[in-house]
Design a protein around this ligand. Structure first.
Ligand SMILES: NC(=O)c1ccc[n+]([C@@H]2O[C@H](COP(=O)([O-])OP(=O)(O)OC[C@H]3O[C@@H](n4cnc5c(N)ncnc54)[C@H](O)[C@@H]3O)[C@@H](O)[C@H]2O)c1
Length: 268
C-alpha cells in the first residue's frame, strides 16, 4: 500500500496493549507519529517542551477516539525526563514504546559554530535521547520488553555542508542506539533508528520556509532526490508503527533509511 492516503485502512489496532511515549510529539513527525499511534490503539504520552502544542496533539487524539495525555518535558533535564516516564508508566500495564523525536537543527558551519550552539544541539539531539532511554528502559525490562525508536536523519549517515552539530549528534545517536540494543537484547527490548531525509513537515519545512523562495528551494531539493519527491510524514508513521508493533520482533540495532534511496546513491 502507498504510504500516502488510505487513512482508514491504517487503523489496524496493532498497539492496543501498550503505552507509547513520543518525546517531541507536539510538532512535525512526532505529532504525526503520536496521532498514528493513537489510531493504532496505544495510550499515547505526548511529551514536549512545548506544553500547549503537546496538549493540542493529545486532545486531537482523544477527539479521534484514542487515549492520550500531554506531559511537559525538557529532554535536556533528567528530572523532567524521569518524572515524565514515571507518569507514563502509571498509565498502563507497560511502557511498550519510546519514540525520541525531539530535536533542533543548526545550520552553522564548523568555523562559525559557537560553543553554546554546539552544546545546545548535542544536549537536545543526543543527550535527550540518552536520558529518555535511561529512564524508560527499566520500565520496558520490567514489563517484559519494548521498542525504542530514535529519530535519526539521512544527515546522521551521510553529511551535507553546514550541519556539523546536527550531523555529529545524529551520527552518535546511531551508535547509542546500537549500544542500547545489544545491552538490552536479552530483555526483549529493541532499539532502532528511523533516518528520514527531507519530509513535508517539521524542521525541514521550518528551515526551508526561511529561504527567499521556499517553494523553489523545496522543488530543487525534491528534484535532487532519487524518487524526485520529498518524503511524506505518513511514510515515516508507517515505519514507526512497524517498529513499535509485533511485526518487527527480531529487528534491533538497525537503522531504516526513509530517504527514497538518497543515502545509497553516489553522485557521478
Ligand atoms: N522534518 C524532517 O524532514 C526530518 C528529516 C529528517 C529527520 N528528522 C528528525 O525527525 C525528528 C522530528 O523532527 P521534526 O521535523 O518533526 O521537528 P519539529 O521541530 O517539528 O519537532 C521537534 C519537537 O521537539 C520539541 N523539542 C525541542 N527541544 C526540546 C526539548 N529540549 N525538550 C523537549 N522537546 C523539545 C519541539 O518543541 C518540537 O515539538 C527529529 O529528530 C529530526 O531530526 C526530521
Amino acid at each position: 500500500m502507498s504510504g500516502v492516503g488510505a487513512e482508514q485502512s491504517r487503523r489496524s489496532h496493532q498497539l492496543t496493549d501498550r503505552v507509547a511515549i513520543v518525546v517531541g510529539g507536539a510538532s512535525g513527525l512526532g505529532d504525526a507519529i503520536s496521532r498514528r499511534f493513537g489510531q493504532e490503539g496505544a495510550t499515547v504520552v505526548v511529551a514536549d517542551i512545548d506544553e500547549p502544542g503537546a496538549k493540542a496533539v493529545a486532545d486531537a487524539i482523544v477527539a479521534d477516539g484514542g487515549n492520550a495525555v500531554a506531559i511537559a518535558c525538557d529532554v535536556t533535564k533528567s528530572a523532567d525526563v524521569e518524572a515524565m516516564t514515571t507518569a507514563a508508566a502509571a498509565l498502563g500495564p507497560r511502557i511498550g514504546v519510546l519514540v525520541c523525536s525531539a530535536a533542533i537543527e543548526s545550520l552553522t558551519p564548523v568555523l562559525d559554530l559557537s560553543d553554546e550552539e554546539w552544546q545546545q544541539v548535542l544536549d537536545i539531539d543526543l543527550k535527550g535521547p540518552f536520558l529518555c532511554m535511561r529512564a524508560a528502559l527499566p520500565h520496558m525490562v520490567k514489563g517484559g520488553g519494548g521498542s525504542v525508536i530514535a529519530m535519526g536523519s539521512t544527515l546522521g549517515l551521510i553529511v551535507a555542508p553546514g550541519h556539523p552539530a546536527y550531523c555529529a549528534a545524529k551520527g552518535a545517536l546511531l551508535n547509542l542506539c546500537k549500544q542500547a540494543a545489544i545491552e538490552h537484547a536479552p530483555d526483549n527490548v529493541r532499539v532502532n533508528m528511523l533516518a528520514p531525509s527531507a519530509t513535508t513537515t517539521g524542521l525541514f519545512m521550518k528551515h526551508s520556509g526561511k529561504a527567499p523562495d521556499p517553494d523553489a528551494l523545496r522543488a530543487k531539493i525534491a528534484a535532487g532526490m532519487p524518487m524526485k519527491r520529498l518524503g511524506d510524514p505518513n511514510e515515516v508513521c508507517d515505519a514507526a508503527v512497524f517498529l513499535a508493533s509485533d511485526q518487527s520482533t527480531y529487528l534491533s540495532g538497525a537503522v531504516i533509511p526513509l530517504d527514497g534511496g538518497l543515502a545509497a546513491r553516489r553522485i557521478v
